[in-house]
Design a protein around this ligand. Sequence first.
Ligand code: CA
Length: 684
Amino acid sequence: MAGILKWAAMACLALSVTACGKVDAQRIETAAPGDWLTYGRTYDEQRFSPLDQVNKDTVSRLGVTWWSEFDTDRGQEATPLVADGVLYTTTNWSKVFAFDAKTGKALWKYDPRVPGEKGFDACCDTVNRGVALWQGKVYVGTLDGRLIALDAKTGAVAWSVQTTDAKQPYTITGAPRALKGKILIGNGGAEYPVRGYVSAYDAATGKLDWRFQMTPNPTGEPDGQASDKAMKDFAYATWSDGAWKLGGGGATPWDAITYDAKSDLIFVGTGNAGPWNGKIRTGGKGDNLFAASIVALRPDTGEYVWHYQTTPRDDWDFDAVQHLMIADLPIGGTTRHVVMQANKNGFFYVLDAVTGKLVSADKFVKVDWASHVDLATGRPVEVPGARYEAGAQHQQTPGALGGHNWQPMAFSPKEGLVYIPAQTLHMGYTDPKEFSFLPGAWNLGMGRSDAPKLEPTPFGELIAWDPVAKTARWKAAFAEPWRSGVLATAGGLVFHAVGHEFVAFDAATGKAIWRYNTGAAAIAAASTYAVDGEQYVALMVGYGGAGGMGGQEPRRPGRLLVFKLDGKVTPTPFPTPFVAPPLDLSTATPSKGDPAKGELLSSKFCVHCHGSGGYLPVLPTSPVILDPLGFKAIVLDGAKKPHGMAPFRRFFDEASAEDLRAYLLKQAASPPVKVAEKLGHPGN
Ligand code: CA
């Protein structure tokens, strides 16, 4: 341990200005054990720390040594980065914070002032997954599509570029990645949908180096971008006529971007095809490349190298954006250099990193949409009915939230195991009675059912997956499907937050050997670092991250908790959440609106975010629906814009607002809220 900790950097404060946060490729690749320099710690994104001061024997002494509370109270998804004794993290609404990593002293903060109404463009909460570090700068992607470079020492803006068409419902929630003097950033929005792409900007100047589109230009014309040849050679022929031409087809790379120094390739995971329903999107024809795919590009030019489509002609919101991890594995008597993904669709993929050839694809959770993946063709073998072609509602596992979502997994080279924060969630799919494309809004092309089946009960598992044996070595099961990302350490521990508990599991056996009550649920992955001979573990606490998973967790201010051995600090308890009394409907102004019309509006515009409650109000329980003037001030004119509630006057008029209010009053008078309404359309 002493040998490891001599690498621990001194506080940035004590160093010269130029040394502060001066991260380069060499540093990221050979990351000192005490550093956490990029989203997945090192370029391979294994999220494995060689630190072992906190281990199976000492973890019982782990306690909070400093903490900080933030000014946002929705999902917190950032992985804190640490370089030169400074911890950098982001919060909801794309705000950036720097702390002395040892003492917790706040050094600077930066608020990009994202317009509140942008909340409507985020399918799954106004989250942010963290920063990138490069040559003395800190980079953040903002919800409204900017990429901003900040001075690592002061937080001052060095440059800022708009990476998206601000008039379109693009968002950025993912962490940028820094490599070869470039900053890579993707975007989200495939539920609306938009046309996804990844961009590389010059780290020093913010000039666009190259851009790679993930779907063809609907006009069929080249874009003058790095993707033109691949679009012509592979992609365009896989898209037929359909609604994608109005929205761009989705395929937004909103999370996974991994650089492999060994093959000098970047791997980008792409989102679902849009609209979700392939019959509406392209008349049920074609594979729709490069949606729901892993795409390998050359970092210098953006040139296409290979692709592997995990879900051809996606019909289910099976984004392939989950964590892409690189490792060298002993397979078939040789060492294979591979890229791995626990996909939303329920299969764990191992691909040859250099060629993209499929090595293996195995179910890590219950999967009933496909029997298996054909290793010869690389294609899933679907079961009859999976594409809800029979007309009736089709119940399926996994559903749109996936067998594994964005929450990062981790790998322990010591155990040879990948730790997957998995979930078993089903969903009903059906065609809509009618569909018309609505610019700027959700366009899933999905119908709703009044009576979805509620079995099986959703649950979660931490799965220790052996990617060589292609099976789980151990599993820990939980009532909570939606939990945190994962951290693995050389101390033989796996850190994972479940409900209000931050838990350390024995990496070899899955036994929970340490628990800490965080007072609120966490969904982010923890990171770990060392300063002055001591190991720290940092976790962002704050629940949210998908409209459909609001669940029972009330909104609480986000917090950063930092632990070390013999940490003795007790954070202030969260205040008891406010529980609104039942509505007194006798005080409501009666509505002359049409509840049937209001129900359609609710399903189209409201339930995605408000459907299941939790971090956003459940509308039939909100006192706002009692009064038509207050209701219209919020719904039509944006009185709650700063909180993320966009004005809807661009979508409907005063009569429509009253129809919606009439429906919500009717709902309020007939509790409980219908199950279909409650489930909403889970997204991501
Ligand atoms: Ca999606």
